[in-house]
Ligand binder design. Structure first.
Ligand SMILES: [Zn+2]
Length: 117
């Protein structure tokens, strides 16, 4: 079981990440809003390309944001740090790197193997 101190530590980490991602999404939107006043075709093409990359990044960011929010919810209801698949404790080494992770090392390895097919 994770101690109260550890839980508070991960919650801080998750909240910081949540803020950083929200900021990144917001900044991306602002960049797109300023993209209207182009004065050459070349620039316009570049921006269309940028926009599609941007949308891809947004999807990744939104996905991450969801995971972070789920993890924050788990901290609240006391199930944080437990593997969603097998129910065993998630190694702290994983939580330190990816605090929103909901799989233990063994299940994550299995999942990566099956999705690599
Ligand atoms: Zn597991």
């Amino acid at each position: 079981m994770l101690s109260k101190e550890k839980l508070a530590f991960y919650r801080r980490k998750l909240e910081e990440e949540e803020r950083a991602i929200l900021k990144e999404i917001e900044e991306g939107k602002q960049k797109m809003d300023f993209g209207d006043d182009v004065d050459s075709f070349e620039e316009e093409a570049d921006e269309a390309e940028e926009e599609s990359t941007r949308l891809g990044i947004d999807a990744v960011l939104t996905d991450r944001l969801n995971h972070i929010r789920i993890a924050l919810g788990k901290i609240q209801d006391g199930t944080y740090g437990t593997c969603a698949k097998c129910g065993s404790e998630i190694e702290e080494a994983i939580l330190n790197v990816v605090p929103e992770s909901d799989l233990c090392r063994a299940c994550k390895a299995k999942e990566q193997k099956s999705s690599a097919k």
